[in-house]
Ligand binder design. Structure first.
Ligand SMILES: [Fe+2]
Length: 341
């Protein structure tokens, strides 16, 4: 494609000779006598311009004034400045201000052509590089989009797996229908009230859905027994957090839920099980799920007792605030009525 050069100089003889040199090399040349004519041409012209040759000393707008306007409004067009041979500092200044090169007058044919060729080539290459990096950016965005969809799918799969496992626990322990989901809902509400991060909420969600997964290892006869449990049976039930931790120990994705599963029956005063952890040794996520679990267990009917009314369950939780349950979380749970979910 023929390259288009605009040659701007107030000296008609220079304009003419430059035009002859450039046309001989196959360039299309538009000549302008000053900055205003050049700017008017750029404004009205719709065909591409590949290079501007710009004299520095011109009547009216100086070459620097015009260079400034071109850099801000036509930044993609390279500019080569023309300066008097005795004034090379001005040429260097022009380059600092954004010109691609400068030529000292009088310009020889060889110098003009080699400079024009080089600047146009560099400009084309820069445009190609820009187009390539934009294409790469597009591809990167496309890949990020695909990754996001894949992660979303994985997230959905993880959630479905969690729900399926929670369902399995509830199928086995018929009195706990919907228990895991409700504990999860309450725990998430407490987590949000505590301004926890989304990542922490995800841990709380997964851990609360799976907190009783170890019940899979306890016989249905014991789980659904309506009569009081013997001491041995109770000791067996108390093993479910340990079984639960063992069940998930091989699943990498579930490792963040480990402490909730193992420690959701611990108490602040150290009288819980299986490890008798005390106070701050019980992680915050666990302390949250413990309250949600206790509340939902009390307000749901069990094989061995009827459901407790909400008011009584709240009283019970208040009674054990500070000994069994974290005081701050209990206050938040009651003040914000997070049990009304
Ligand atoms: Fe439990």
């Amino acid at each position: 494609m023929i390259k288009h050069i605009i040659n701007t100089d107030d000296d008609i003889s220079i304009r003419k000779i430059m035009q002859i040199f450039l046309k001989k090399e196959g360039y299309k040349v538009t000549s302008c006598k000053d900055g205003n004519e050049l700017l008017t041409f750029l404004e009205k012209n719709s065909e591409p311009v590949d290079l501007i040759l710009l004299d520095i000393k011109m009547p009216g707008l100086s070459g620097f004034d015009v260079l400034d306007i071109i850099r801000s409004s036509y930044s993609w067009i390279p500019v080569v400045m023309l300066t008097a041979f005795t004034d090379l500092d001005t040429g260097l200044k022009a380059m600092r201000l954004g010109a691609k090169d400068y030529l000292a007058k009088p310009v020889s044919r060889e110098n003009l052509i080699s400079c024009v060729k080089r600047v146009i080539n560099e400009s084309e290459k820069a445009k190609d590089d820009l187009a390539l990096s934009l294409k790469n950016l597009d591809q990167q965005k496309e890949l990020e989009g695909k990754l996001e969809i894949a992660l979303g799918r994985l997230d959905n799969t993880t959630r479905s797996t969690l729900l399926a496992l929670a369902e399995t626990i509830e199928q086995k322990d018929s009195y706990t229908k919907g228990h895991c989901q409700r504990v999860s809902n309450i725990s998430i509400a407490i987590g949000r009230a505590l301004d926890l991060s989304n990542e922490e909420i995800r841990i709380i969600e997964g851990g609360s859905l799976l907190h009783d997964i170890g019940k899979i290892g306890i016989s249905e006869e014991i789980l659904n027994k309506s009569a009081s449990l013997t001491k041995e049976e109770y000791e067996l039930i108390k093993m479910h957090p340990v079984y639960g931790e063992k069940i998930i120990s091989h699943i990498e994705l579930f490792q963040p839920f480990r402490s909730i599963i193992r420690s959701h029956h611990e108490r602040l005063d150290g009288k819980g099980y299986p490890d008798g952890l005390k106070g701050d040794d019980i992680p915050l996520h666990v302390r949250i799920v413990t309250i949600a679990d206790a509340y939902d267990s009390m307000t749901s009917a069990r094989a061995y007792r009827a459901a407790l009314p909400v008011e009584l369950a709240i009283e019970e939780i208040k009674l054990f605030s500070g000994s069994q349950f974290d005081q701050h979380i209990v206050n938040l749970f009651i003040d914000r009525e997070l049990f009304l979910l």
